[in-house]
Each structure stands twice: as structure tokens, then as C-alpha cells.
Design a protein around this ligand. Structure first.
Ligand code: ZN
Ligand code: ZN
Length: 577
């Protein structure tokens, strides 16, 4: 026996150094590979680079023709071959995830070009506005530098839209309409913003006319594309519904979940039932407080809606919307600290600001955090202004984001939701996870954060708070049910509206907006609930494994330490330890 142990030890001692050495070599080679890969990737996708704050290719606008497509396919297959040189089990945990992310992205690129072919049926894929607007508006370099890039980039705009016209085949009418609206919305960038900047600069007075002509040619190209779309004889339009086969594949690439759409669909239906049940209990208990002796509706959903509508009148004044958010953030920080939920680096403050003009202009809130190339930048909580809204519209919005929901929204967007997650992400220096960030993980974390705060007593377990939380959570759940039903089960508009208005207690206008969104997007609406489900499942498994040693703070911090990686890979690594 002793001999055997000795022998084993010798083998282990003998094997280990070799293994470690091999691992080190593999990881070093892989790090070098990643750097080179990213550089090649940006060359192929310059607009993506610009959006993430990498400005070497700001002047490049690729014309989306057959040659470009061939280039992308070759790129993907070459990189897949390069990946084969690595043995995944010799890589570190962080690199294992990166390996998967790169591999999935490359397969996704190939699939999108060969199978999905969105460039044929979605005219809205052709849009140069965002890249130009970003470079014009963001002050990462002197205007002179940014403009000299834009002036080169402008040259390809006419060829870009000519290619678009030649490529489009039987588009779906909904995307056709979207493309017209979006490109019309972008005209002012070329017809006024760019023109103003050219005149303002007086860079090269002798070339100014030539530059103005270039801007005009670009604007003309966009106008001509819009006209082309308006005149398009669409006798056999494609359905906006993606269909089972494409949907399942896109779900796989986009969410990288351990669940299939069928499994997530079933889980969402179960969650909806659970939420209705819990909400019903609370509504019954609150009835007396708000309605006294009035007869209680017998239909559970009607009852819940009446109580929700009554509580929703408690909201901030429209002029206080932004300051109410500002005031709440320190309170959320205090709560997170007091309950020991997750460590927050106090040196990285979050600034609340009015939404910048070039944002979509939709009210509400969003978080913009510094990209992977600008780690020292500031994170902003963008709040849409209600200033110019009609009284009715503002009132309906404020009821939706009432006293309770506003707090949940702040948890989601900021603390400990998106903002805290981004803070952890920026700590890990990994560029691959920042570029190919997993949206199910990101949204899932924010949705999970809401529940985690309430579970730990945020809002003092007030029934009103829980009721509003459940309503908010129901929105994520119904996003998933809606998306899968519409794209794979032929759900009608009537049924969709019933789901959103009667079963999820949404305002008519909000539901109409969602119906529009599901016609011009797919899979994306699933990321909230899919991520939430995966994270809460993972926490359960982790709890079981840790037994009495389980600490919520440790789970949260471990989970966040992997960056924006798909939950299934985090799960593998977290449960292995
Ligand atoms: Zn009011
Ligand atoms: Zn979010």
C-alpha cells in the first residue's frame, strides 16, 4: 500500500511540473493569439471597433459587397483553424471561456452569412448613421482628428448604399419600414452636423468645397436608398417571424445558454403562474387597505390590476424625476454594504446625467459605462427628460415608474445591477469577454440583482414593494414568452396584446411598443429571463455544494469575477472549485 502511495506520489510529482509548464506555454501562446486575433477582427469590423473605443479604423467604411462577405468567411475559417492549435484543457479558466467565446463568434459569423442572410431581407442592416454620429459626438480626440477620419470614411457611403440596393431580396415589410425610419432619422447627421463641423474647422479652406460635396453625396445616397425602399415592389414579402430552425440556432449563438428555447419557454410559463399566484395573495391582503368594504373582483387578474393601478398613483413629480434617482443611489449603496451583498469599489463613482441628444431620445434610463479601451472613463446613468412631454403622457409614464418601480429600476440599472457588474468587468483586463459580452449574463445579473435586494429586506418587505417587483419581473418573463411565441409559434397580435395587457398588467401603449419591437427583433427579448433563470439556478447549485459555508457575498463576487461570460461557462468553473 505504502509502495503504491509512493509510486502515485512520484507519478504526480513527475507529471505536475510538466503539466504546469505545458499550461504556461499554452496560455502564453493563447494570450499572444488573442491579441493578434483582436487586431485582425477590428480590421474586418471597423465600426464595431469604433463603438468600443478602438479608433485605429475610424476612417474605414467597408462596402458590404460579395468581396467583403468572402473576406469575412475566410477570416472565420482561418481563425477556426488557428484555434485548433490549442488544447482547451491546457488553458486557464479565463482562457477556456475566451476560447469558447471566439469559437462561437466565428461559427456565428459563418452561419449568419450562409444561413441567416439577414443582409438580404432586413434593409435596416444598412445604416451608416450610428458610426458617423458616434465619431462626431464623442470627444475622445480633437475634432480635427475625428473629422479627418470622417472625411475619408464618407467616400464609401454612395457605394455602400448602391450595394444595399443590389443585395435586398423580398424583405419583410416591418424591417423595410424600420429601415426607412432609421435612415430618415440619420439624414440630419450628413445634412447639418457634418456640414457644420466642416465649416467650423476651416481645416483646409481650399478643399472645403470638395468636402462639402462629399457630405452631400453621402446624404444623396441615403435619400436615394430611402426612395428605393419606398418604391420597392414587395410582392412576396418575407414574414418577420424567424421560424423554428433559424430561431433555435440564433438562440444558441446569441445567448449561449445551457437551455433550449423550449426549456426556457416552459420555465417562463411556470414563472408566470408562480408570479400570478403570489401577486394574487398580496392583492387580497391589500384590498382592505385601499378599497375598504368595496366588493373584491372575483377574477384574480382583474383584482391584481386594480390594486396595482391604485398603488401606481404614488409617484415623483415630473420635474423631480432625475433628482429622485440621484438621491436614491447612495441609499442603495448603503444597503448593499450594510447587508454585505457585494463589494463595491468606492473609487469608481457613478454620475447621473440627462440623456445625451444623440441617444434614441426615448425616455427612461440606461447605463453607459466606459468601453474596454477607456477604463479610466466615467460611468453614466442616463435619464431621459420628461420636460417636453404632454401632461397625459408624462402622467402615464410616471405611474409606470411609480415610487416602487423607480427603486427597482435603479437597482436594475445601477446598484447592484448593471453598474456594479460593469465595475467588476472592467477590473478583469480581458478584452475578449468585453468584445463578445454575453447579454443573457448582463441582463440576467440586473434582473437577479432586483430579487436579491428584496430577498435581503430592501423595501422593508412592504407588500406594495413586492407586488410592484413581481409586476416588473413579469415583464421579463413575458418578454420571453412573447418572443418565442411570435417567432416560433405564430402568435397573433391579439394574443400578444392579451398576454401583455391582461396577463402582465401593462399599459396599452407600452404593449403596442413591445409588439412593434418583437416584429423587428428576435431572441434579444429572451436575454432577461434566460439569464435570470440560469443565475438563480446556479446560485441554488452553489448553495448546495457549499453547505454551511455558503456566503451570498462570495457567490456574487465569484460570479462577477469572470466578466461578461455566458452563465453556462461560469457555472462550470464556479462549481468545479
Ligand atoms: Zn399622478
Ligand atoms: Zn438592463
Amino acid at each position: 500500500m505504502k509502495k503504491l502511495i509512493l509510486l502515485l506520489l512520484t507519478i504526480i510529482c513527475f507529471i505536475k511540473p510538466v503539466y504546469t509548464q505545458k499550461t504556461e506555454v499554452s496560455n502564453a501562446t493563447f494570450e499572444t493569439y488573442k491579441k493578434a486575433f483582436v487586431e485582425r477582427f477590428w480590421k474586418i469590423y471597423p465600426n464595431w471597433a469604433t463603438a468600443l473605443g478602438y479608433h485605429k479604423y475610424d476612417s474605414v467604411l467597408n462596402v458590404p459587397n460579395a468581396a467583403q462577405t468572402a473576406k469575412e468567411l475566410t477570416f472565420a475559417s482561418n481563425e477556426l483553424k488557428r484555434l485548433k492549435n490549442f488544447r482547451i484543457n491546457e488553458l486557464s479558466d479565463a482562457n477556456k471561456i475566451d476560447f469558447h467565446l471566439i469559437e462561437t463568434k466565428l461559427n456565428d459569423i459563418t452561419w449568419q452569412i450562409k444561413e441567416l442572410k439577414e443582409y438580404e431581407w432586413n434593409p435596416a442592416t444598412y445604416n451608416v448613421g450610428e458610426a458617423f454620429a458616434y465619431i462626431l459626438a464623442e470627444n475622445y480626440a480633437p475634432l480635427k482628428t475625428r473629422m479627418s477620419n470622417l472625411l475619408i470614411k464618407l467616400r464609401n457611403v454612395p457605394a455602400y448604399y448602391e450595394t444595399a440596393k443590389q443585395t435586398i431580396k423580398n424583405p419583410s415589410n416591418e424591417y423595410l419600414q424600420l429601415a426607412i425610419e432609421q435612415n430618415e432619422g440619420n439624414l440630419s447627421i450628413f445634412e447639418s452636423d457634418l456640414v457644420d463641423s466642416i465649416k467650423l474647422l476651416h481645416l483646409y479652406p481650399e478643399s472645403e468645397d470638395a468636402y462639402l460635396k462629399r457630405a452631400k453625396n453621402a446624404a444623396d445616397a441615403i435619400r436615394s436608398y430611402i426612395q428605393f425602399l419606398k418604391d420597392y415592389k414587395n410582392d412576396t414579402p418575407r414574414s418577420f417571424r424567424l421560424g423554428n430552425e433559424l430561431y433555435n440556432k440564433k438562440f444558441e449563438f446569441y445567448l449561449e445558454s445551457s437551455y433550449t428555447p423550449d426549456e426556457i419557454f416552459k420555465a417562463a410559463l411556470d414563472r408566470k403562474e408562480y408570479l400570478h399566484y403570489e401577486m394574487g395573495k398580496i392583492a387580497v391582503n391589500l384590498w382592505l387597505k385601499y378599497f375598504g368594504n368595496q366588493p373584491m373582483p372575483t377574477d384574480r387578474l382583474v383584482l391584481i390590476k386594480k390594486v396595482i393601478d391604485t398603488i401606481s398613483v404614488q409617484h415623483v413629480r415630473r420635474e423631480d424625476f432625475q433628482s429622485a434617482i440621484e438621491k436614491q443611489l447612495p441609499e442603495l449603496t448603503r444597503f448593499v454594504k450594510e447587508k454585505n451583498l457585494v463589494y463595491m469599489d468606492p473609487s469608481k463613482p457613478l454620475r447621473v446625467r440627462q440623456e445625451p441628444g444623440y441617444y434614441a431620445g426615448v425616455a427612461g434610463a440606461s447605463l453607459s459605462s466606459p468601453g474596454p479601451y477607456e477604463k479610466t472613463g466615467t460611468a453614466y446613468y442616463n435619464v431621459g427628460s420628461l420636460e417636453h412631454w404632454s401632461a397625459d403622457k408624462a402622467e402615464s409614464y410616471l405611474r409606470e415608474y411609480n415610487k416602487y418601480v423607480l427603486q427597482i429600476m435603479n437597482i436594475h440599472e445601477a446598484i447592484p445591477g448593471h453598474y456594479v457588474q460593469m465595475m467588476y468587468n472592467n477590473k478583469s483586463p480581458d478584452i475578449i469577454k468585453s468584445i463578445f459580452q454575453n447579454n443573457a449574463m448582463i441582463e440576467g445579473w440586473a434582473v437577479y440583482a432586483e430579487l436579491m435586494m428584496l430577498e435581503n429586506g430592501y423595501g422593508n418587505n412592504e407588500p406594495e414593494m413586492w407586488l410592484m417587483y413581481y409586476k416588473w419581473n413579469l415583464r421579463s418573463v413575458c418578454n420571453t414568452i412573447l418572443d418565442i411565441s411570435v417567432h416560433t409559434k405564430n402568435m397573433s397580435k391579439e394574443d400578444a396584446m392579451d398576454l401583455l395587457v391582461r396577463q402582465a398588467f401593462q399599459q396599452q401603449t407600452e404593449a403596442e411598443g413591445k409588439w412593434h419591437r418583437v416584429q423587428v427583433s428576435n431572441v434579444q427579448l429572451c436575454c432577461y429571463f434566460t439569464g435570470f433563470k440560469e443565475i438563480t439556478d446556479l446560485r441554488e447549485a452553489y448553495k448546495k455544494q457549499q453547505g454551511s459555508a455558503y456566503k451570498l457575498k462570495e457567490f456574487n463576487e465569484h460570479f462577477l469575477s469572470y466578466g461578461c461570460a455566458p452563465v453556462k461557462y461560469i457555472r462550470e468553473l464556479l462549481l468545479k472549485k
